[in-house]
Design a protein around this ligand. Sequence first.
Ligand code: ATP
Length: 329
Amino acid sequence: MSWAATPPQAVTARVPAKVNLELMVGPRRSDGFHHLATVFQAVGLHDDVTVEPAQEWGVTINGPYADLVPADGTNLAMRAARLLAREAGIDVPVHITIDKDIPVAAGMAGGSADAAATLLACDALWGVWSSKAELEEMAADLGSDVPFALLGGTAMGSGRGDQLAPVLGRGRYTWVFALSDVGLKTPDVYAECDRLRSHLRVGEPAPSSAMMTALRSGDAASLGRALSNDLQAAALSLQPTLAEVLATGMDNGALGGIVSGSGPTVAFLVSDTERSLDLAVALTASGAAPSVKRAIGPVRGAHIITAASGPRGSLGSTGHSGPVGHRSN
Ligand code: ATP
């Protein structure tokens, strides 16, 4: 497949944040990663990533989190663009603009999301048309959570979280996310988890039947009860105030509450929009959380929303959810 008319001058991809409904952490592997069994859900908090040809490589981050994100070659979006360029033999620098709404260092995989969106957007901009398998391979090279940001929906992850199998669950779930002013670094949380469990024999992680049953039923109350995260104790140990956030949420109508990934965001599942508004007010008014976000899950993974053809204007929304066919160069 190729662009039928003029190649686009700019491509924008939208990508969701994730919450881990279940995160089982096994032993540390020889490569430093941990064996994981996890269930991801993509939620409706999004970053939009736009790529356009430029004289030199660059990245701009817009939005309230801009100061927390590196605007240089260490940015995961930039690393993704350069990886695809290398793999496809492309020598056209791009400028990447990230309109960031996913909280940073929050356990919601915002950096991974930007990497996934950039892969997809550059792939379209350059007309590489990588296969799904090629995109997945590059995504896994970039980080454990990047493949899921491409896939979206609800999925089980094994290996280091990068080997995915979609979960055919039912239901649409309403989430309230209690954010924190201070981020937690993922490696620090895993290290704390190892420290807390150093006297235990940690077995291979396996998904729980309670989680699968809950997702199959589509019953939010069952899902709320089944939420679990092996990193929660470590996140609480590093940031003890999270215990109060969890208690406040559960006292104010949440069906379940959990530290999201490596934290410090706390995710609460509620029964409907009205409850989500009530809980958002309770969390902020009590001072338990400085700010909150609300979202629905599951939502689709990274997808292209616009491909603008330069002077003649936007080609509009393509509805294109990923390239098809094979790389042509
Ligand atoms: P995860 O749950 O995948 O471990 P996280 O959600 O806790 O990650 P991110 O928002 O991905 O954390 O950010 C982690 C760090 O990565 C940030 O502190 C930032 O320095 C760096 N980073 C690099 N590129 C990006 C990006 N595009 N967006 C956000 N952070 C980025």
